[in-house]
Design a protein around this ligand. Structure first.
Ligand code: PLP
Length: 378
């Protein structure tokens, strides 16, 4: 048996659209299915403008560039997230100000964010919703950023479909970005999406992600095509991937999201919290999508947690550690505020199999194996 962390759900619909692209002999950017994907994605997350790109990392990078982040600007980045959030700041030669998490949802902590804002006067802030859970302090942080004129990049890579009150996660930043690589809420292989309601920002980001060449459309004269208005990137999503993406977005709500939520709820029904607790809480008015389900071992040392993880891997239960706190990564230019929570989470967390197709029996099996291993450390 192999219980996977997160496996994509791909069907004959994706195959149909990929065949369509091949039959049209159009494999590159500006594919019809990619356009339809962008449109449907925008409806899902309630945003006017969407752009499909080649990865979540590319989405973040093009966004920072489009927002004018440059050398020596300060950008707030959560300490507990994917390393891409840090890399892209470095790539702009800007400085990342790493800020600690809060223990309910693992999002940015409001008070710590506020002191970092007052101290470092950042130009932008990355707000990440971790493992499918809306960050607890989302609204307070966004309101503070508005007041201080700080641009908010909402990173909903792990949380497509989640809601906060009546609002969609991914509709809240000045710009919101998503990853749609295979292990995320929808899986396209590699891919990302940029979403905003601001036409000017959208046009700017789109230009930068299109090699900064403004005259590439069919309407422009042929002799203008190679003109460029500055440094740019070739980041747009090609049609084959856009075709998979179209199938995924059309099947998302009924075939993927409901199953992911069901798995998350099964975990919370089956696992009894005592020596282990869920790493994240479901807060009132929050609708998480349980991208990854994770547990925290109160009573064990980090070495013991690691041992349990290794035992689980041996018997086909795929686990991961928490994110390595970004301030521990070598070779980055960064400033860190006082950080103590993200290290604890990293050391004592196991992320468990969370694929859409896990059954009640699978999850009971995982629980049994974990409690058996825990009993060894009594
Ligand atoms: C996965 C992820 C990314 C990077 O996306 P890729 O598509 O892998 O480049 C960025 N931010 C967060 C929060 C992620 O989970």
């Amino acid at each position: 048996m192999k219980l996977l962390l997160n496996t994509p759900s791909v069907s004959s619909l994706e195959r149909k659209y990929v065949n369509e692209a091949i039959n049209q002999n159009w494999l590159s950017i500006n594919g019809k299915n990619t356009k339809i994907f962008e449109k449907k994605f925008g409806i899902l997350v309630n945003r006017k403008f969407t752009l499909a790109v080649q990865s979540g990392t590319a989405a973040l990078h093009a966004t920072l560039k489009g927002l004018g982040i440059k050398k020596n600007d300060n950008v707030i980045v959560p300490d507990y997230t994917c390393v891409s959030n840090l890399s892209v700041v470095s790539q702009c030669q800007a400085k990342a100000i790493l800020v600690d998490l809060e223990r309910d949802t693992l999002g940015l902590d409001y008070e710590k964010t506020k002191s970092a804002i007052l101290k470092y006067k950042p130009k932008a802030l990355q707000l990440v919703h971790v493992y499918g859970f809306p960050a607890r302090d989302t609204i307070k942080i966004i309101n503070l950023c508005k007041k201080k004129k700080i641009l908010v990049i909402e990173d909903a890579s792990e949380s497509l479909g989640a809601e906060l009150g009546k609002k969609k996660i991914g509709s809240l930043g000045d710009v919101s970005i998503f990853s749609v690589r295979s292990e995320k809420m929808i899986g396209v292989g590699e891919g990302g999406v940029i979403a905003t309601n601001n036409r000017k920002i959208y046009e700017k980001i789109k230009l930068i992600a299109s090699r900064n060449s403004p005259y590439r459309s069919n309407k422009d004269p042929y002799w203008k095509k190679y003109y460029t208005s500055g440094e740019g990137y070739n980041y747009l999503m090609p049609h084959l991937l856009g075709s998979v993406a179209r199938g995924q977005i059309e099947r998302f709500k009924k075939k993927i999201l409901v199953k992911k939520i069901k798995v998350g709820k099964l975990y919370r029904k089956i696992f009894k919290e005592d020596k282990i607790t869920f790493t994240q809480k479901i807060l009132p008015n929050h609708k998480p999508v349980f991208w990854l389900n994770s547990i925290y071992f109160n009573s064990l040392t980090s070495k013991q947690v690691q041992k349990i993880g290794e035992e689980l891997m041996k018997i086909g239960i795929e686990v991961r550690s928490g994110f390595w706190p970004l301030h521990t990564m070598p070779n980055f230019l960064l400033k860190k505020t006082k950080i103590k929570e993200s290290i604890k989470i990293f050391k004592k967390t196991l992320v468990l199999p969370s694929s859409y197709n896990l059954s009640e029996k699978n999850i009971k099996f995982i629980y049994k194996k974990i409690t058996d291993l825990l009993n060894k450390y009594k």
